[in-house]
Design a protein around this ligand. Structure first.
Ligand SMILES: NC(=O)c1ccc[n+]([C@@H]2O[C@H](COP(=O)([O-])OP(=O)(O)OC[C@H]3O[C@@H](n4cnc5c(N)ncnc54)[C@H](O)[C@@H]3O)[C@@H](O)[C@H]2O)c1
Length: 418
């Protein structure tokens, strides 16, 4: 069996390494030549636990090859990005492009597995694009006709891994398998059973599509509730952390923790896929997105209030910003509320911003200004007037509290309270 995996990013590269380590011949394809050159040199910048070792091993034994050129296979796995556009609508252009690339290589009996997160109806769209290229193929267009035969096996199998722990979760998480036909589901099931220990649960395409979106929307709604509580507590002058701790003593209450907003490539994006398809009826999901997207502005407001309380003029103030990534202990700044807040601090008329981000070596290009620089934790604490904690990285839990006595602290994660 030959497998071609299109898109070697956060999801595609670990998947390629894992499938190859189960003894399958895998070709990893990415149209970004830099990514291919780096992987070929063993320069794996994504720092998932054990990823580098796993990739090097399968490159070494020849089970994984990487290229920027389309390569034919029996099974095509698609792990390209599916972002939103500036109107919060799904942008499926990467899926379309990869579909057009795969189409001419397909022969009857091949399988396409879509792992990229899609809106409900996204897989059908992909089939539409496929059939535009290949009128000779018989692929049932409407996935509700679940038992019809197809020339190409198609399945939507969303990824639900936790960044930072991807390799482990790829093996151990349960998977949802939405096949175009029952045979498609069965073939995809057999593929995943080659390297997944979790249950592989078969369903139809639309249910699988919505299931992925619902999982992330569930998280988003619950985080929005906690974030809204933090806004209410701010108004009422109540300690939100104590409030949540007390409320969670109720046997049927489990409130999540607030933060600086919601980021990353999934929770901040996927709920919009539901809203886009269901404008009138997805009120809670939409409101949760709006609440979570509003939190960075409220953090900035707090920082501004603290600046006005300082005895120094604003142009002498130094702010230490702790954390830029979208969550703790990862190197990913995509959709990061911390990055957004840091950008806005950079726009203030302060003297300088010292950014402490243990998981990245260079500032993202969005922060390319003379005012903002990367700093060590010690230097940032020593030099700053105001400390803004945005991410609960493990390094920040150990901050020597005695060094903070003269600092103004805006702690969005509540870890410097004690
Ligand atoms: N990152 C996560 O934690 C996560 C979790 C679950 C699901 N997902 C979903 O998985 C998909 C991929 O996400 P990611 O985080 O791995 O994205 P990513 O941006 O890290 O990687 C995608 C890769 O695809 C490549 N690419 C784009 N177009 C291509 C093409 N036509 N041919 C070949 N390669 C191409 C890009 O160069 C990039 O390297 C998205 O739909 C995302 O929503 C991501």
């Amino acid at each position: 069996m030959n497998v071609a995996i299109f898109g070697l990013g956060y999801i595609g590269l670990p998947t390629a390494a894992l499938v190859a380590s189960s003894g399958t011949n895998v070709v990893g394809i990415d149209n970004n030549t830099n990514i291919i050159n780096n992987i070929s040199k063993g320069d794996i910048i994504n720092f998932e636990a054990n990823l580098k070792e796993s990739v090097l091993k399968v490159l070494d034994n020849g089970n994984l090859k990487v290229t920027d050129q389309p390569t034919s296979a029996e099974i095509y796995v698609v792990t390209v990005p599916t972002p939103i556009d500036n109107k919060n609508c799904p942008d499926l252009s990467y899926v379309k492009e990869v579909t057009k690339t795969i189409a001419p290589m397909l022969i009857k009996g091949n399988m396409i597995i879509l792992e990229s997160t899609l809106p409900v109806g996204g897989t059908e769209k992909m089939i539409e694009w496929l059939l535009e290229e290949r009128v000779d193929l018989n692929i049932p267009f409407n996935s509700s006709e679940h038992s019809i035969e197809t020339d190409i096996n198609i399945a939507y199998c969303p990824e639900r891994v936790l960044p930072g722990n991807i390799l482990k979760e790829l093996i151990n998480n349960d998977r949802i398998i939405g096949g175009l036909t029952e045979e498609c589901s069965q073939k995809a099931y057999e593929f995943y059973k080659g390297f997944v220990n979790g249950d592989c649960l078969k369903t139809n395409i639309k249910t699988a599509e919505l299931c992925k979106l619902v999982e992330n929307s569930y998280r988003d709604v619950n985080i929005a509730f906690a974030n809204e509580l933090s806004l209410i507590c701010e108004e009422e002058n109540i300690d939100v952390w104590e409030l949540i701790e007390l409320a969670n003593k109720h046997p049927r209450v489990e409130i999540l923790k607030p933060g600086p907003g919601v980021g990353g490539h999934c929770i901040a994006i996927d709920p919009w896929f539901i809203v886009d398809n269901n404008q009138e009826i997805s009120q809670i999901i939409k409101t949760a997105r709006i609440v979570n997207d509003s939190i960075p502005a409220s953090v900035i407001k707090k920082v501004q209030v603290e600046i006005t309380k300082q005895k120094k003029p604003i142009n002498k103030i130094v702010i230490a910003t702790l954390g830029l990534t979208y969550k703790a202990n990862v190197d990913d700044t995509r959709e990061s509320p911390a990055l957004e807040i840091s950008k806005q601090i950079d726009n203030m008329d302060i003297l300088k911003q010292l950014v402490v981000e243990p998981n990245i070596k260079e500032l993202p290009k969005e922060l390319n200004s003379t005012k903002t620089s990367i700093s060590s934790l010690v230097a940032a604490i020593n030099q700053s007037d105001i400390l803004v904690l945005l991410v609960d990285h493990k390094e920040f839990y150990d901050i020597d509290r005695t060094k903070l006595s003269d600092k103004i602290i805006v702690d969005t994660k509540g870890i410097l309270r004690n």
